[in-house]
Every structure is written in C-alpha cells, then in structure tokens.
Design a protein around this ligand. Structure first.
Ligand code: NAG
Ligand code: NAG
Length: 300
C-alpha cells in the first residue's frame, strides 16, 4: 500500500521539529552524568564517535593510532624483544572500528616471564588513543565485542603512567573463568584488580562498557550495571583514553599469542570529561554564562 502523502509530510514536519529541539540542546554548560543511586556528576566536554557512521573520515578527528615502538631488552632472560604498534591494525569496516592483534608469525621466543614488558619479536599490536591528553575525570564508554580467538588482552582504559591508570580488560584466553585468568578485569594500576565472573560471553555480542572516574573513585559498569567501585590507587592527574589489543604470550595474563587475527570491535564510543587546559576551561565558562536555553545542561 502506498504511504499517503499527508503522512510523509507529517513525518517530515515531526522530524524537523525534533531536529530543532535537538539543535537547541547544545550543552553549553556541560553534561550531567546519571550514576544510578549516586549523585550525578557534571563534565564540561564530550566526544561522541559512531564508528558505524559512513560519513566520518577514517577514524574521525578525535582519535589517533599509536605508532611508537617500545624497546625490549635482549639481555634479559627470556629476552625482551622490541614491540611495535602498527597503525595498519586499526581500521574501519561495515561493522565499525577494528583494533586487531594479528596472528603471531611464530618467529622468535615467546613465553612471558616478565609481567610488564612484551617479549615478542617485533610483534604488531594496535592501540587507539584520544588526541587529547589533558583529560582529568570523566565517564568513558564504549560499545564493543572482543575476539573469540584465544590469547589476547583487549581493553578500554585511562592512562597517564603505569601507576596512573584505570582499565577494563578482557582476556580472550578463558572467557568464563574467574580469578587470575578470568575474562573480565577491572583495574586501578598497579595493584587493584578485581576479576568478577563476567556472567556473559563478551565474545558473542556487543556490550556497553563504561569507566566513571571521579576524585577518589573509579567505577566500572557493564550494560548499565555498576560492577565495581575501586577507591585505592585512583589516578589523580590528567591523561588520555585508549583502546588496545595485545598479547605477550604470558601464560598468566594474555596467554597466546593468538594463532589467528584477534579483533576487538568497537561500534561506538562516548566520552564525557573535564580538561585541565586553562584556555579551554575559560572558554567553557564564557559559553555557559551566555547560554539561555532550557537544555544548556545536557542530562546523559
Ligand atoms: C568538572 O568541571 C566542572 C566545571 O568546572 C565542575 O563543576 C565539576 O565538578 C567537575 N567534575 C569533576 C568530577 O571534578
Ligand atoms: C560463557 O558464559 C555464558 C553465560 O553463562 C554462556 O552463554 C557462554 O556460552 C559461555 N562461553 C564460553 C566460551 O564458555
């Protein structure tokens, strides 16, 4: 049955109206983040990236691919060889963004032994980071699906240094175990690492992962449910938000390295956060002081 013209007109009018309302909600005074039974928190900035949107160019302007290398230590036993982040392992396809650890070629020593350094010979890993590195507190969210290929660690995290870091890490080695090699880890680095039973298979579907970081507290949410509140070793200096996929063959952590390409898939990410850049904060205050709309504070 053909759709009556009047209905189409009404739909356009309706869409026009809601677009106008949306445009008015310009959030000049920031984003009030709903946190369940806890007090809402205000953040001044947002970055929203829908990696399924065909209109964004490559990975969008708010993100960079890490391309540095980390020098190993060939004298160590076992030898810690060079690590190279590869920009080629981050790309978009019809489903969104892929952050990949490629299948390990099998060359060179593998076997862990060092908790922090990667001991694979020039293994290509991948890491995505925000262009901004002055993020101080925020609510960082991503809809993502981890690989079913065993032997990688795939993460959403805040990082400034090894002791100023908050992670949601998913290990593909043992999807449903609890404990040291469990699939889901919530961490304030370096020591606070609860690993509750996931209760779902992170490799089967996309799930919503979220880190809320406020002074003295980091909280991890999965699919809208608060799963952890960590109050020790909470970072307190600015840094950046990252995603990565990596393996060092360590039998007590990542396991692997993977025999097939291991893909972390991210369909979208939304960050609400404060910055330390003084000029940006002055501009925010000026924008907010001038704002008159009913929606100058956006509830998110
Ligand atoms: C973020 O900045 C706003 C504006 O300065 C402030 O009101 C808010 O309390 C800050 N949020 C946190 C968690 O510090
Ligand atoms: C993990 O647990 C979920 C929920 O109980 C289940 O549906 C899934 O099949 C399990 N996955 C594996 C790999 O065992």
């Amino acid at each position: 049955m053909p759709i009556p013209k009047l209905t189409i007109m009404a739909a356009i009018l309706l869409a026009g109206l809601s677009w106008t309302q949306l445009a008015a909600a310009s959030c000049e005074c920031g984003y009030l983040v709903f946190r369940g039974s806890q007090a809402s928190v205000l953040f001044t900035n947002s970055i929203v990236t829908d990696f399924t949107d065909p209109n964004i160019n490559d990975i969008g302007s708010d993100w960079w691919r890490t391309s540095n290398s980390i020098s190993g230590d060939p004298g160590n036993v076992p030898p810690l060889l060079d690590l190279q982040y590869s920009v080629d392992n981050i790309y978009r396809d019809g489903e969104g963004l892929v952050v990949m650890t490629p299948a390990y070629s099998g060359k060179g020593p593998v076997g862990g032994g060092h908790p922090d350094l990667i001991d694979l010979p020039i293994h290509l890993l991948s890491e995505l980071r925000t262009v901004l590195e002055d993020i101080l507190y925020g609510s960082f969210r991503a809809t993502m699906k981890t690989s079913s290929v065993q032997g990688v660690c795939q993460s959403l995290f805040f990082f400034e240094s090894d002791s100023q870091e908050i992670d949601i890490e998913l290990l593909t080695g043992a999807p449903n175990e609890t404990g040291g090699t469990g699939s889901l880890h919530f961490t304030n680095q370096p020591d606070i690492t609860p690993a509750p039973e996931a209760g779902f298979d992170p490799t089967a579907d996309y799930h919503d992962y979220r880190i809320d970081w406020i002074p003295g507290k980091s909280q991890m949410w999965v699919d809208g449910v608060l799963r952890a509140t960590l109050t020790q070793e909470v970072p307190n200096i600015p840094g950046k938000i990252l995603f990565n996929s990596w393996s060092n063959g360590n039998p007590t952590w990542s396991q692997g390295p993977p025999k097939e390409n291991a893909l972390l898939r991210i369909s979208s990410t939304t960050l609400y956060f404060n910055r330390t850049n003084a000029a940006e904060n002055t501009a925010f205050s000026a924008r907010c002081a001038k704002a008159t709309g009913a929606n100058k504070v956006c509830m998110v």
